[in-house]
Design a protein around this ligand. Sequence first.
Ligand code: HEM
Length: 415
Amino acid sequence: MAQQPTCPFRLDPAGSDFAGESARLRALGPATRVELPDAVEAWSITGVDLLKELLNDPRVSKDPNRHWPAYINGEISQEWPLFLWIAVTNMFTAYGEDHMRLRKLVAKAFTPRRTAAMRPRIEEITGDLLDAIAATPAGEPVDLRAALAHPLPIKVICDLFGVPDKARDELRRAVDSVFNAAAPPEEVAATQVTLYGLLADLVSSKRAAPGDDMTSDLISARSDDGSGLSEAELLDTLLLTISAGFETTVNLLDNAITALLTHPDQLALVRSGGATWDDVIDEALRWKAPVPNLPLRFAVEDIELEGGVTIRQGDAILAAYGAAGRDPQVHGETAEEFDITRPTRRDHLAFGYGAHYCLGVSLARLEAAIVLPALFERFPDLTLAVPADRLESLGTMLANGHKAVPALLRPMAAV
Ligand code: HEM
């Protein structure tokens, strides 16, 4: 393992250059001391093998209440931009048996049957959004993020949880803010108030009138011993499952669309049947993990790594899924390139690994497998309306996507 620098590597909260930053981190070895916003220190794990090992290691926990001294001692402010990623009471931050209990209750409601049953609704929403896009006046660019990648997963997840139409915009803005690692303290505080207010309203309306939705299922979900979710667990589980279904899938769609528009040879290959849409989805997830940095895990005891490096008990650990997707030890010297025929395209960690592996993976894949072919079939001449290097990144180390994806539906000559 390379020599660790004495000062931690300061991660850019705005994630302005994931590829460059990841390469610099990897050059320092698979585990590197980094500085998160507000000078909070952690280990960033960028090597695939080490990341898999640690994600499966019982000496690594996600529970800050039990295993992060800095949190227990009150050193982590409630206005820290990453606060909601650690201070929630749900499976995301649970360890051991607690994690199994919380995950099982949600998995019971999140059945493959319910996901598969979403297909007609996803197709309908996709069709409606594409119709609206088709109505764009000739020659005018359309932002495919705002018009398609963003609204689709949000409509799907809000339908699934029975979120009323009137609450959706506010919920979307609040979830966007949770993913903003550069959010100022007053925004962090306001987001927490808004989110919990919206979720409490949702729960009380479903208690009064249960429906065929996941919020009602979670309210009535019971473990084998008859116990259900506590009130805090219920609100935080809704927060997790609803927000996990938003920004992540939005960025998968954004990244897959922009990758194909900037690699016409790959688009031609999938169109000709030489590769599948699943290949596109996996390679997009590998190339640009929608959640490039996943906060946080904690060492339950000292963990010795190769090369005499020790992660000390209580140290925080960041899973660098974005950097791992480009690990040359797994993906070779061409790891930086987007190539849907790459033999290792499925060997990514974009959905995590081990006990906390993404629970929404089949829903996310289903959405992408419906939207991507529908978009490119409907608009065979789609092109970006700006040069690729003018696409602006989201501005946060927690999400990998673009502020906007302006595109032209038809070639200028046909306008
Ligand atoms: C492309 C889309 C998605 C990506 C890239 C993604 C990514 C991830 C990742 C990396 C984790 C692991 C977190 C960790 O390291 O601890 C995770 C966990 C999770 N995801 Fe997803 N996710 C996506 C879509 C969804 C959707 C649509 C849902 C649900 C509606 C969902 C629900 C969850 C839940 C509940 C967990 C927590 C599992 C646990 O802690 O046991 N995800 N996701």
